[in-house]
Unconditional design. Sequence first.
Length: 263
Amino acid sequence: MRISVIGAGNMGGALAKGWVKAMRDGADLDITVTARTQQSLDRIKADFPELHCTLDNKTAVAEAEIVVLAVKPWMAKTVIDEIASEGRLDGKIFISVAANILPEDLKAMLPGSTAQILYVMPNIAAEYCQSMTFISPADDVPAETVKTVERLLSLLGKTQVCDLKTLAAGNMLAGCGIAYVMRFIHAMMQGGVELGLYPANAQQIAQQTMTGAVAVLQESGLHPEAAIDKVTTPGGLTIRGLNELEHSGMTSAVIRCLKAGMK
Ligand SMILES: NC(=O)C1=CN([C@@H]2O[C@H](COP(=O)(O)OP(=O)(O)OC[C@H]3O[C@@H](n4cnc5c(N)ncnc54)[C@H](O)[C@@H]3O)[C@@H](O)[C@H]2O)C=CC1
Ligand SMILES: O=C(O)[C@@H]1CCC=N1
């Protein structure tokens, strides 16, 4: 399958690199990436020589079956005007990962085009095939196309085909949420340093603890509070910290954090 990623930056680059890793595991893909500067392309090509790299968006689109738009949202219209001219996107699968540009907005930017439009929200863990990716197809996209896109994105982690409301909420937990989780890890590091650990050691400990917590919940299927009960000795150490977190409004802060991006 020939895929062109227009804008191989943080997100587009992560998708392309994840797909290359899938190719190394046997997936039959042919990936082209574009960027604004040759320097960006040289950087990505150095570690991922399987990628075709070009500064020419139009050629990249003309040669692809699937086009992924991964430029900043405020550049989407200009780039779409460029790549869709002369019917270049017609009949192709067109995935946009530009946040908050909905399928109806994309349709308005592609008047008369027969491109099959899907609004997709991955996260940067796509590079390591651990993304949580949401897929919202436009109403007129055939089921077979949705399946194809789902298969392709499943190479990069977990996927959900969903409506726009779920995508918006899911993106706060996953697309943006990955940054919130990283901020929590950093907060643990800061506490760890105050307790006398070196930052690098605190980071390793915090990351392994995060991995362990995820493993416990995934393997056991427990609700988080049931698993927390297993850690919390009455009158012991853990409950002191848990209550301190709640006195400081942790749960409320997280809820407010997730709601903030929906405004
Ligand atoms: N960074 C993230 O975690 C996520 C980002 N997104 C979406 O992905 C899109 C890209 O975001 P980032 O990757 O963070 O930005 P970025 O700035 O890292 O990447 C954008 C890329 O587009 C390239 N570019 C700019 N103009 C271009 C043009 N005319 N032709 C070809 N390439 C061009 C730039 O060289 C750059 O490599 C945004 O719309 C964002 O909403 C979606 C989910 C997660
Ligand atoms: O911050 C943003 O707008 C994008 C969307 C999800 C992650 N980054």
